[in-house]
Design a protein around this ligand. Structure first.
Ligand SMILES: *Cc1c(COP(=O)(O)O)cnc(C)c1O
Length: 227
């Protein structure tokens, strides 16, 4: 086992505890998802041995392959955090326990149509930038999308997700996300999840009220290069 991995995980968890304490928040309300994209399945099993139970992937094929490879590890929750394509909805649904990246009616409809034994947890990805080409629904479209998703019987709307823009203070951007979270809650009162906070900004996300952190490189080390 990689002791550096254990050390990085412990260091991040200590910073999560500090940030929660400073914000007066209960650690039980915060789920730390380790983003394992580009790393081999063996890293996920090492993390599992260290107590990690929530992992995040951003590509459907990689998610599907790793989940199949690690089928012997039953108590892992797989979060899909990447751009979802409608023609991959069935595969995403088959491999993910939660999908953080629903940003338009069509992907919600495709995930719903893919069915499943249990309702699928979904979050609305909100675009906090002015660039419409980035993933996510614009904040002024959140209410309509939430209303649509709430009517799809095989999806369970849980809350919102976002990535902070690179060119803005994360705390300011996260304030907008919090308003979108309030909007979603006005439609679905128990949609309490706020998925925010990465390696560079998770303390700010905790201060804003994030319930699900998506932390990659601070825990895994640098990602292998992909072409
Ligand atoms: C890669 C990724 C992360 C993790 O990024 P780090 O900076 O390595 O912590 C979080 N969220 C999304 C959507 C990602 O694609």
């Amino acid at each position: 086992m990689d002791t550096a991995l254990a050390d990085r995980l412990a260091a991040v968890d200590a910073r999560i505890q500090d940030a929660a304490r400073s914000a007066g928040r209960d650690l039980a309300d915060i789920t730390r998802i380790v983003v394992t994209k580009f790393h081999p399945a063996s890293l996920v099993s090492d993390l599992h041995a260290l107590g990690v139970r929530d992992v995040g992937e951003n590509r459907q094929q990689e998610l599907t392959a790793k989940r199949a490879e690690l089928v012997g590890i039953p108590d892992l929750t797989w979060h899909f955090i990447g751009q979802a394509q409608t023609n991959k909805a069935r595969a995403v649904r088959a491999a993910a326990d939660a999908v953080h990246s629903v940003d338009r009616d069509r992907i919600a409809d495709a995930l719903d149509a893919a069915g499943g034994d249990a309702p699928l947890d979904v979050l609305l990805q909100v675009n906090l930038t002015d660039d419409v080409g980035r993933g996510g629904v614009a904040p002024d479209g959140v209410e309509a999308l939430a209303t649509h998703v709430a009517e799809l019987s095989s999806l369970r709307l849980r809350g919102v997700m976002a990535v902070a823009p690179l060119d803005e203070e994360p705390a300011r951007a996260f304030e907008r996300l919090r308003r979108s979270a309030d909007t979603v809650r006005s439609v679905v009162p128990d949609a309490l999840w706020i998925s925010a906070g990465m390696t560079g900004d998770f303390p700010e996300a905790i201060a804003m009220g994030a319930t699900h952190l998506r932390i990659g490189s601070a825990i895994t080390g640098p990602r292998p290069v992909r072409d």
